[in-house]
Design a protein around this ligand. Structure first.
Ligand SMILES: C[S@@+](CC[C@H](N)C(=O)[O-])C[C@H]1O[C@@H](n2cnc3c(N)ncnc32)[C@H](O)[C@@H]1O
Length: 514
């Protein structure tokens, strides 16, 4: 855990850095976030042997400092989080998972261990603490261990004070019972604090020295693996697998999935939520304990629909230069799930169905279905991105922009929001807007060939032939790195490496001819 000690950091250096992050990554750091910037600088400057914060920021401005600037991003951003985020999962936690865990632990005379991994500013672990308190659990019966990489977020979580708008999702009764008014907002009560232990922890670290094998009943790691590439996700899942008790559960984010990524867990359905489970000895990962619906028993890979199925697609956004993780795939086949009531369709399947409609030309219906999905879960990034793309294709430029802004509010470093925002700007011939968006995408993910290809198109349309050539060549050069499919749907986006290579070579040849 970082402390407030270390090299002195000038206010003017922080302001310069905030301006630089806005310019390069489109990241808005409010003065509230300066404390996080300060901690990040204190953590990083000594490793480079720099003691003057002005010198450090000067270095970040140079081309050679780009990598270092990018490495600060996870330390200075926290994606969206909320109390009781994903109501269906919390229903499962309240109705089944936590009561069962408490009962089992009481019989075994041990404490229930729950780990909120990537706890951000504490809303998730405090929500778990509320559920535990409502189930009558005492601190000696349950511990909620809450960890995050971002030191400023962990500190703020420990303080446990939230402005009024951040507690808006809590019922009056819970607010009155578990919080006390503090200034313009609320502070968590000692009852909740006693149940939660916060710590700094990097989930990408190769070893979890503080975790005893087989000791954790439930892990929540929601909306975190979006930051990781595929090897990092697999390594993390191995560590989670070892950390969980046999029969222990892992909850990922609403649209995150391990389909074709990691197969040691079973997938079970509990109260309408799909949840991963470490099999007990003698069970195989594919054995489905009695919790599952029939659709999942027939689990098979979803058919590739219309050439851009979202099943098992590689995905990453934001913080790194590495290839993307694979996620957000349903465990059941789209066919099997379609035979089930809508509640059994995963978000990915519902989005896929909406896109199938758009490909039949039923744009209004597709739009309505995507909006419905967002009504069910307003932090579904795939759905927001798809909504933006549909709106852009239908000529609703302002609505498209709003949807990408919403995606960025959920995940401030969402590469896709920048890429699709760039495409939407191109659509209305806002060339400077398109260029700005695509350059931000490429700052976040320099190896994304599609980004270079689209930027080349912007240059070409601006009449800048030399820059266009260079960008097309960059698009080809980046193909030596593994490329990922983007989150969200955009019909007919030339996003496979082969298509990009062909299109870039063709465009280059056409430019040479001119
Ligand atoms: C979008 S928030 C999710 C918060 C909460 N789990 C939820 O779903 O509402 C993602 C969190 O993951 C954290 N994170 C990103 N990379 C991490 C890493 N390598 N180790 C630990 N936490 C990380 C970020 O700091 C951020 O607080």
């Amino acid at each position: 855990m970082l402390t407030d000690s270390g090299p002195a950091i000038d206010q003017s250096a922080l302001e310069d850095l905030a301006a630089l992050l806005l310019e390069r990554a489109g990241l808005k750091i409010s003065p509230d976030g300066f404390y996080g910037l300060r901690l990040a600088l204190r953590a990083h400057m000594p490793a480079l042997g720099i003691s003057d914060s002005g010198d450090y920021v000067h270095r970040l401005r140079q081309a050679a400092g780009e990598h270092e600037l990018r490495s600060l991003l996870p330390l200075v951003t926290v994606g969206k989080t909320d109390f009781f985020r994903d109501g269906r999962q919390f229903h499962a936690l309240e109705a089944r998972i936590m009561p069962d865990a408490l009962l089992e632990a009481r019989h075994a005379r041990r404490r229930v261990q729950i780990w909120s991994a990537g706890c951000a500013t504490g809303e998730e672990p405090y929500s778990l603490a509320i559920v535990a308190a409502e189930l009558g659990a005492r601190p000696k019966e349950i511990e909620i261990w809450a960890t995050d990489l971002n030191a400023a977020a962990v500190e703020s979580a420990k303080v446990g004070r939230y402005p009024g708008r951040r507690v808006a999702g809590l019922t009056e009764a819970r607010l009155a019972r578990y919080f006390t008014p503090f200034g313009d907002g609320y502070e968590v009560s000692p009852t909740l604090r006693e149940l939660v232990r916060f710590e700094g922890q990097n989930l990408a670290a190769p070893v979890f020295a503080k975790v005893l094998p087989g000791s954790i009943d439930v892990i929540l790691c929601r909306n975190v693996i979006i930051y990781f590439d595929l090897p990092t996700i697999r390594g993390l899942m191995d560590r989670f697998f070892v950390a969980l008790r046999p029969g222990g559960l892992l909850l990922l984010g609403y649209s995150e999935s391990l389909f074709k990524v990691y197969d040691k867990f079973q997938m079970v359905e509990i109260e309408g939520s799909f949840i991963y489970r470490r099999p007990k000895p003698g069970e195989r990962a594919t054995d489905i304990p009695g919790l599952l619906g029939s659709a999942l028993k027939k689990a098979e890979p979803p058919p590739k629909a219309h050439g851009h199925s979202k099943a098992a697609k590689p995905h990453k956004r934001g913080h790194g230069e590495k290839p993307a993780p694979v996620r957000r795939a349903p465990a059941a086949s789209a066919r099997a799930a379609r035979a089930e009531p809508a509640v059994h369709q995963s978000p990915a399947e519902r989005l896929e169905a909406a896109m199938a409609r758009s490909e039949r030309g039923e744009f209004d219906e597709a739009l309505a279905e995507v909006k419905q999905l967002i009504e069910a879960e307003d932090t579904d990034l795939d759905a927001w991105l798809t909504l933006g793309n549909l709106n852009s294709l239908m000529g609703h430029a302002a609505e498209a922009r709003d949807a990408f802004t919403a995606a960025l509010a959920i995940e401030p470093l969402c590469v896709e929001a920048r890429i699709f925002g760039g495409v939407a700007a191109l659509q209305i011939r806002d060339l400077s807007g398109a260029r700005a968006e695509l350059q931000k995408a490429l700052f976040l993910e320099p190896t994304l060939s599609l980004g270079h290809y689209l930027l080349a198109q912007v240059f070409e349309q601006s009449g800048a032939a030399e820059e266009a050539r260079r960008a097309y060549r960059n698009a080809l050069a980046q193909l030596r790195f593994p490329q990922r499919e983007l989150a969200g749907h955009y019909p007919d986006m030339p996003d496979s490496p082969e298509t990009i290579a062909r299109a870039a070579r063709y465009a280059l040849a056409a430019l040479e001819e001119r």
